[in-house]
Design a protein around this ligand. Structure first.
Ligand SMILES: C[S@@+](CC[C@H](N)C(=O)[O-])C[C@H]1O[C@@H](n2cnc3c(N)ncnc32)[C@H](O)[C@@H]1O
Length: 254
């Protein structure tokens, strides 16, 4: 992918955050625990890894026999991940690969575990699950987090915001039906707590936005980027009970 699908300022802001989406080490661990026992030396891929906070957590939680290939289409994120992996002594365990999640170049049935936090929406939940299944070994494992309605009585401003931003947003029941229809068995699911949005994502994002505003007037495109991030944060402040990221943990049925 040569051209960025979002303005450069968007990536510049995100590059300075510890994560590029909601997540917490405890949630990564909880999803991993739902999988039961893994092979002794699992081959793992983390798709749409960003700067890879969860890649590092996974590497630590899986231990030195695991190998993780972290894939993202934005090379500067991967450079940050490599630097942090080296600092933590995890560089033997983690390789990085610039790639498009819609055209992964893994061998068929070569991965024991596929992971993707806050990124499958870029393909669509069902599309991603369908496309990635072929890379998993039989009975291979997959964990993804996906924006999901948490309640049925979503207030209109919240519903219309997300239906415009991400029309495919649906309920956990519907997503489980989708995954079961695509040759997976659900091993469990859970919603990420508010802290997973705040700690490493919205708290530092608010700081980035404030310091950008302090640097003086922005051009039209950059102002639009900042305004849309502000709007998303404000929506969350009012309506976090109604939507959130849900971790879906599953296994190939055959
Ligand atoms: C919302 S971020 C999540 C990053 C990380 N998993 C996390 O939770 O912090 C989505 C990531 O997907 C990457 N991405 C976007 N389109 C992609 C594509 N077509 N192929 C691979 N990565 C992509 C972005 O660069 C970004 O790092």
């Amino acid at each position: 992918m040569d051209e960025l699908p979002v303005p450069q300022l968007f990536m510049d802001i995100y590059e300075r955050l510890p994560r590029q989406g909601p997540g917490l080490a405890e949630c990564t661990g909880r999803a991993l625990a739902l999988m039961g026992e893994l092979p002794r030396a699992p081959q793992v891929a983390d798709i749409g890894c960003g700067v890879g906070r969860q890649t590092l957590d996974l590497a630590q939680q899986l231990g030195p026999t695991a190998h993780i290939t972290a894939v993202d289409f934005y090379a500067p994120f991967l450079a940050t991940l490599r630097a942090q992996a080296a600092e933590l002594g995890l560089d033997e365990q983690i390789s990085t690969r610039v790639g498009d999640m819609a055209r992964l170049d893994f061998e068929p049935e070569s991965l024991d575990l596929m992971w993707s936090e806050g990124a499958i929406y870029l393909m669509g939940f069902g599309e991603g699950l369908k496309a990635w299944r072929r890379y998993l070994v039989p009975k291979g494992l997959l964990a993804v987090s996906e924006l999901t309605w948490l309640r049925d009585d979503v207030p209109a401003p919240c519903r219309s915001f997300w239906e415009a931003e991400y029309p495919a947003i649906t309920t956990a029941e519907q997503n489980i039906e989708t995954l079961e229809g695509l040759g997976y068995r659900s091993l469990g699911h859970f919603a990420l707590p508010v802290d997973a949005w705040e700690q490493d994502f919205y708290v530092p994002l608010r700081q980035q936005l404030a310091s950008l505003r302090g640097e003086g007037p922005l051009g039209d495109d950059d102002r639009a980027v900042v305004a849309s991030m502000d709007q998303e944060i404000r929506l969350f402040e009012s309506y976090s009970a109604y939507y959130g990221y849900v971790f879906y943990v599953m296994q190939r049925t055959d």
